[in-house]
Write a protein that binds this ligand. Structure first.
Ligand code: HEM
Length: 484
């Protein structure tokens, strides 16, 4: 009752809880989407809960996404929240360990590298990685079997992303030392590290050692490439090596190395989780997997020639698989910002004080029946406008405003309930790459296999929210059978 009486009327309603400090940490942490949906029903679109002692204010729906993700620099800060986790993993002077204006320039460098010409070169690289993986991997010997697909997709994601984005010299190093080092770096991303990032714990020491070693591998590769005159490729490393800030300074090698770590970490978790969900959804829906196969035969010919970048646009169902999987399984369920000065919420009496953290959860509108009929059904066909489940996005009152934060025009997101890649200043620059990677992987898997659940049912495994990026609980077993 105390919390009720002490409540400031200009603050949003506080989610009921029994214990101070712990507050709603457990119920939120076990299943964030359910927590958001239930509390939205009780309290409305804006509410506050206690996360490890911190007042955390959620604002869901398109207006909430816009309020948080397009907040002004003097009002909200991402780096204040993330830097304790990311700086030891990525390294100094990049992303959240520098002023936001520098991040915007760095994002521009990364985005410029992702050209159509580069994507054209990536598709055959990704295809080749996928087919040779399934040819040689010991768990895919023979005609059929059962496998924990999440472990396999994690490897395929790192091989495809490192080869395409980082180049064949870096990819070669993943077979040996680099994969283990990345695993150690990953440990730095456990949510517990929001509190213990500084502690001299064994995994933090391994994290720090891995950061230095991986950065050195990139810096040595840069030197080798310069010595060989190999500075004209289409991969990200080459592009960053040749970039300069607006004031004319060349991007220093250690910053290139740290950006490369940041890119691989950002892309790896989200793409690996999404590709696992895609495979699990196909195992749950074998008829759709068959439709995908038929789509390729119809669009590309029954001899199924090697995939090209241009082919991806001819496979609308294959594209919709990625889109629909991200609607229900977006790996980033909570986007946080520190509040730098009191923020009035438009059209309400609320003012969010600087003692709060803001939390955007775009997944809430992506599963809202007001926008997506039968939202809990994974239905890739809903992205066909004639489908009865097609999105009823009725926000014609709001223009899809675009804005330039320094790395090209991006959507403000206020018009769309579907934002798996975020919006505004911190929006993802890897969306197009992720789509190319995920669509290519899916198309190649469909050519090779038929999947189903091991027990033949249509059930789906639950979600593991214990890490910063959500993913399927393990083991996520599927039954696979090679096509003739
Ligand atoms: C930012 C999602 C793949 C690089 C973001 C954000 C989201 C997101 C939601 C915004 C975070 C925030 O506002 O705090 C995804 C999803 C992916 C994916 C769902 C795959 C399915 C990738 C890939 C790359 C990448 C492949 C690299 C090639 C980045 C970068 C940022 C970002 C550099 C900017 C961070 C910032 O400005 O603060 N991503 N991402 N992402 N992502 Fe991705």
């Amino acid at each position: 009752a105390l919390q009720f009486f002490s409540r400031n009327p200009n603050e949003p309603p506080l989610v009921f809880h029994w214990f101070p400090f712990i507050g709603s940490t457990i119920t939120y942490g076990m299943d964030p989407p359910t927590f958001f949906t239930e509390n939205r029903e009780k309290y409305g679109d804006v509410f506050t809960f206690i996360l490890l002692g911190k007042k955390t204010t959620v604002y869901v729906g398109p207006n909430g996404n816009d309020f948080i993700l397009n907040g002004k620099l003097r009002d909200v800060s991402a780096e204040d929240i993330y830097t304790v986790l990311t700086t030891p993993v990525f390294g100094k002077d990049v992303v959240y360990d520098c002023p936001n204006s520098k991040l915007m320039e760095q994002k521009k460098f990364m985005k410029i590298a992702l050209t159509t010409e580069a994507f054209r070169s990536y598709v055959p690289i990704i295809s080749h990685e996928v087919t040779s993986y399934f040819k040689t991997n010991k768990d895919f010997k023979g005609k059929s079997g059962i496998v924990n697909i999440s472990a396999k997709m994690a490897e395929i994601t790192i091989f495809t992303a490192s080869h395409a984005l980082q180049g064949s010299d870096i990819r070669g190093k993943f077979d040996e030392s680099l994969a283990a080092l990345y695993h150690d770096l990953d440990m730095g991303f456990s949510p517990i590290n929001f509190m213990l990032h500084w502690a001299p714990l064994p995994w933090n020491r391994r994290r720090d050692h891995a950061q230095r070693t991986v950065a050195q591998i990139y810096m040595n590769t840069i030197k080798e490439r310069r010595a060989q005159g190999n500075t004209a490729g289409l991969d990200m490393l080459t592009h960053l090596m040749n970039s300069s800030y607006k004031d004319g300074t060349k991007v220093p090698d250690h910053e290139v190395a740290h950006m490369m770590i940041a890119l691989l970490m950002a892309g790896q978790h989200s793409s690996s989780s999404t590709s696992s969900w895609i495979m699990l959804r196909l195992a749950q829906n074998p008829a759709i997997m068959e439709e995908l196969y038929q789509e390729q035969i119809r669009a590309l010919g029954s001899d199924l020639p090697p995939l090209k970048y241009e082919d991806l646009a001819k496979l609308p169902l294959n594209q919709a698989i990625v889109k629909e999987t991200l609607r229900l399984h977006a790996p980033i369920h909570s986007i946080m910002r520190a509040v730098k000065q009191p923020m009035p919420v438009p059209n309400t009496k609320y003012v969010i004080p600087t003692s709060h953290v803001l939390l955007a959860a775009p997944g809430v509108s992506a599963s809202d029946p007001g926008y997506f009929p039968n939202p809990d059904i994974w239905d890739p066909h809903r992205w066909d406008p004639s489908s009865p489940n097609a999105p009823t996005i009725n926000r014609s009152d709001v223009e899809d405003e675009k804005i330039d934060y320094g790395y090209g025009l991006v959507s403000k997101g206020s018009a769309s309930p579907y934002l798996p890649f975020g919006a505004g200043r911190h929006r993802c620059i890897g969306e197009h790459f992720a789509n190319v990677q995920l669509q290519t992987i899916t198309a190649e898997v469909v050519r090779l296999f038929k999947f189903r659940n091991p027990d033949g049912s249509d059930k789906l495994i639950g979600t593991d929210y214990a890490s910063l990026f959500s993913r399927p609980l393990e083991p996520a077993n599927i039954y696979w059978e090679r096509r003739q």
